[in-house]
Design a protein around this ligand. Structure first.
Ligand SMILES: NC(=O)C1=CN([C@@H]2O[C@H](COP(=O)(O)OP(=O)(O)OC[C@H]3O[C@@H](n4cnc5c(N)ncnc54)[C@H](OP(=O)(O)O)[C@@H]3O)[C@@H](O)[C@H]2O)C=CC1
Ligand SMILES: CC(=O)N[C@@H](CCC(=O)OP(=O)(O)O)C(=O)O
Length: 342
């Protein structure tokens, strides 16, 4: 058994971590923090956890995080980097669900996140927690940068094409749609029911902070710089990301075989039969990325469709997957979940 702490237990990714970890056979939940709700019983705020989580939220300043084996940060950007050095020095492994350690170029990171980095030396050490790419490094990592939700769906969709060198890297496009829980649980006008229901809009079309994270990953897969366009959209879903990806691909390549081979040993990537249209609801609540591809009019443009649950494979589920790999547990432990239809 390992002792686990969660900083930011009242947010959407925090409560999703609790849902998954409460039933994990190798986990003892030791500390769950919230500044605003310190003292409140977790199950009083989240009745779905009644009978499963018998702890109260503690103030992050008071919580005994140093005695944990691993601490998850389900906090806004810029929080984990304030505490990671101290925790690592105490022998605690850290998994950050925010973006503090995702981008290796600190100048780029500061530009997009609007702050100076508090521990640049740890950015170099941190392992980007996309198991389908970095499984070996994750096994021994002390510090994991858990990927963003859009970056997970987009990178897994492009990976087989770029790793095989069959896509034109001068024009890669991702048109991605997210459910409203992607914006977190903190009140914001755009997430209000009356603002987001029965409407659909792009945002950040001329620049979103996931652009540099995804570009960094795609360049790594292809071994060269890529020209990448990313347009996110807010949809009236609660959970889910649907990424529609466009790439010009060399003719004559068996793309179905390429995807099936790349993901044949991956427990959480499902390649559908050629010509399928994956639905976000098929992965709702599950740690699955479900993918299919199309070649419209048999031209050289390939369209990849990639869906995830932003809170599971896009955040908490992937973080638990990383924990399993780091501690030598079966990678699927606590994550054998099937999407919720309807
Ligand atoms: N929502 C999503 O789909 C995804 C989110 N992420 C990332 O995961 C992180 C968490 O997201 P999400 O759960 O949506 O966020 P929420 O806004 O829903 O929750 C944030 C949590 O952090 C706590 N918190 C806020 N400020 C601080 C602080 N200064 N110190 C300690 N705790 C703090 C809050 O509790 P309190 O204020 O009481 O302390 C709350 O529990 C973010 O970085 C987000 O970008 C990544 C992938 C997907
Ligand atoms: C719908 C929505 O607002 N989504 C968020 C991204 C999700 C997220 O939390 O970003 P990280 O993965 O970087 O942590 C946004 O566009 O800012």
């Amino acid at each position: 058994m390992i002792k686990v702490g969660i900083v930011g237990g009242t947010g959407y990714t925090g409560v999703e971590l609790l849902r998954l970890l409460a039933l994990h056979p190798q986990v003892e939940l030791a500390a769950i923090t919230s500044r605003k709700e310190a003292g409140m019983r977790v199950a009083d705020m989240f009745p779905n956890l009644r009978g499963h989580v018998d702890l109260a939220f503690s103030d992050p300043e008071q919580a005994d995080l140093a005695s944990c084996d691993v601490v998850f940060f389900a906090t806004p950007n810029g929080i984990a980097m304030q505490q990671a050095r101290e925790l690592l020095a105490a022998g605690v492994r850290v998994i950050d669900l925010a973006a503090d350690f995702r981008i290796k170029d600190l100048v780029v990171w500061s530009k997009w996140y609007g702050m100076e980095h508090a521990c640049p030396e740890l950015v170099e050490e941190a392992v980007y927690g996309l198991p389908e790419v970095n499984r070996e490094q994750i096994k021994t990592a002390r510090l994991i940068a858990n990927p963003g939700c859009y970056p997970t769906a987009v990178q897994l969709g492009f990976l087989p094409l770029l790793a095989a060198g069959v896509a034109d890297t001068s024009c890669l496009i991702a048109d991605a749609k997210s459910g409203v829980s992607g914006a977190g649980r903190g009140a914001s006008v755009r997430a209000l029911f009356a603002e987001s229901a029965d409407s659909f809009a792009a945002y950040g079309a001329s620049g979103h902070r996931h652009l540099p994270e995804i570009s960094q990953g795609l360049a790594g897969f292809s071994g060269k710089n890529v020209n990448f366009t990313f347009v996110p959209h807010l949809t009236p879903l609660i959970r889910g990301i649907h990424a529609t990806l466009y790439a010009r691909v060399t003719h004559g390549v068996d793309i179905q075989a390429l995807f099936e081979q790349r993901y044949q040993n991956e427990p959480f990537v499902d390649v559908m039969p050629a010509g399928s249209h994956p639905e976000t609801r098929s992965v709702r609540g599950a740690n699955t990325c479900r993918i299919s591809w199309h070649r419209p009019q048999n031209g050289d443009m390939v369209v990849v469709l990639s869906v995830i649950d932003n809170l599971v494979k896009g955040a908490a589920g992937q973080a638990v997957q990383n924990m399993n790999i780091m501690f030598g547990f079966a990678e699927s432990m606590g994550l054998e979940l099937i999407g919720l239809l309807p």
